[in-house]
Design a protein around this ligand. Structure first.
Ligand code: FE2
Length: 493
């Protein structure tokens, strides 16, 4: 039995009574606190100790019904182990559904900042709309995380992060603040990169304000990798060592459950989270199991490889899991938390339509399987939320994207980056909306999408900041789109 299996089998990260206390020279909670994967009766509480070096440290946690910790709901102790970078993932149960809690950690006489979280609701909450935000692509070097400052002031049940939580290397030339080093490859290097990102006060505030549901995209390991295939074609066994380091650091820094603890180069991330019978989140992993980008990746006219039925975005196991989960869902709204864009985006170059091979547009048959499934099984109100592409989009999902009169089978809201790409703007490439009539909205402003969901209506507010190249930007709602229960496709509010 390896260490991971031992921990999974016996919950061995719980500290034993009488664990010898460690005296610390300084406060180790400089990376903040977080919570995640809320269930009706519980949530994961996360922290990570910084600047220490013993083998293990007992960390006490408590979660209370009030922000002054007068009514403690649960408390316990976890071991922060050196081999997990002194991260703590305390899975708390026995809480009440659908209410706010406050939590904090103590170790060696030092206390963490206080975090607030919210358990999942069990009812539809007809009188109480479900609110969440989704975010992606936070390149530290490209700008200030001001969007998170504004996000932290919202009233949200949950935040969904769709990937590119870190960037493994430098991209572009508009650098407004610097990574701690160059490209990262080893576990210690990935850890240092996450520690830099997590030192950002706006990001810390957003984690401390709400529970998060997270899934990575490519830059948590390497730009545009696909399964065991790296971008620069190093041998798969060598790349898988790097992938193992990236996944390990991701787990260590995210408020994930023990079921997502990586085993070597593998991590278990596709999962479903339910909020009463109002909304199910089907969280996808479209990197780990996908086939290689066809046609040599990049932006290309469609070649035969993009149309091959063997192309897969999720892998057969995840695809079956998703379809089973959608078929059995009792929820009014079914969200697919997805990385790369599903809606077709044809961009004419010298009269020829080109497509981004890294998106679902390079995996045409896999997308067709999903669209056909949505058209035939008709799960209740499918809504895809997507990141990756550093721009805002609203699209109808079509049974056949080449035929504008074919059935709409779902809706896709693509959220822009927090900073990646630097200061954005409102310009739309010429012909984009004309060539792709299923696309209803586009810009490259930065920010996040806030969704307000009731049994009868979904509203997406595109919250944008005018600049990220310096701190202090205000936030505004650039546009709002709604989906009505039972009517597929979005229209302006
Ligand atoms: Fe990105």
């Amino acid at each position: 039995m390896n260490r991971r299996d031992f921990i999974l089998a016996f919950g061995a990260l719980a500290a034993m009574p009488g664990e010898r206390p460690v005296r610390l020279r300084s406060n180790p909670f400089t990376l903040g606190v977080a919570s995640g994967d809320p269930a009706p009766g519980g949530v994961v509480l996360w922290t990570r100790l910084a600047g220490i070096d013993p083998q293990r440290v007992a960390v006490d946690w408590e979660i209370a019904e009030d922000d002054r910790f007068r009514r403690i709901a649960k408390k316990g102790s976890s071991l922060a182990l050196k081999e997990f970078g002194y991260s703590v993932h305390a899975e708390v149960g026995g809480l009440q559904p659908g209410r706010d809690y406050w939590y904090r950690f103590t170790a060696g006489g030092e206390a963490s900042p206080v975090g607030r979280t919210r358990t999942a609701r069990t009812s539809s909450g007809a009188a109480n709309p479900f609110r969440f935000a989704f975010v992606s692509c936070q390149n530290y070097e490209h700008g200030y995380f001001t969007a998170y400052h504004h996000l932290a002031a919202e009233d949200l049940d949950v935040v969904v992060h769709l990937g590119d939580y870190i960037y493994e290397t430098r991209f572009g030339t508009t650098i407004v603040r610097q990574h701690e080093a160059g490209e990262v490859f080893t576990l210690d290097q990935y850890r240092a990169r996450y520690s830099l990102y997590r030192s950002d006060p706006d990001l810390q505030a957003a984690h401390a304000a709400f529970p998060w549901i997270v899934t990575p995209d490519d830059h948590e390991v390497q730009d545009n990798y696909a399964g065991a295939i790296s971008k620069n074609e190093v041998p798969p066994e060598e790349f898988l060592r790097r992938r193992a380091a990236g996944y390990q650091a991701y787990y260590e820094f995210m408020p994930l459950r023990r079921t997502s603890m990586p085993a070597g180069p593998d991590i278990s991330l596709f999962r479903k989270l339910s909020f009463g019978n109002l909304i199910d989140f089907h969280v996808l992993d479209t990197r780990q199991y996908r086939s290689d980008q066809p046609c040599g990746d990049g932006r290309k006219p469609r070649c035969a490889a993009a149309l091959a039925p063997s192309q897969t975005m999720m892998g057969a196991k995840q695809e079956n899991w998703l379809m089973t989960g959608l078929r059995s869902s009792q929820a009014r709204w079914n969200v697919l938390a997805n990385q790369v864009m599903i809606a077709d985006v044809a961009q004419p170059v010298d009269g020829t339509k080109t497509y981004l091979m890294d998106t679902w547009g390079g995996y045409v048959e896999a997308r067709k399987r999903l669209m056909n499934f949505l058209g035939q099984a008709r799960p209740s109100n499918p809504v895809v939320i997507t990141g990756d592409i550093h721009s805002n989009w609203v699209s109808d999902l079509k049974l056949d994207f080449d035929n504008p009169s074919s059935a709409t089978v779902g809706t896709e809201f693509v959220g822009t980056s927090i900073t990646s790409g630097g200061d954005g703007n409102d310009s739309v490439p010429e012909g984009l909306l004309e060539v792709n009539p299923h696309i209803k909205f586009f810009n490259t402003r930065r920010g996040y999408v806030r969704a307000t969901v009731t049994p009868s209506l979904w509203t997406s507010d595109y919250r944008v900041v005018p600049f990220v190249s310096r701190p202090g930007a205000p936030v505004e709602t650039r546009a709002s789109f709604v989906v009505e229960n039972g009517k597929l496709g979005a229209h302006r509010a």
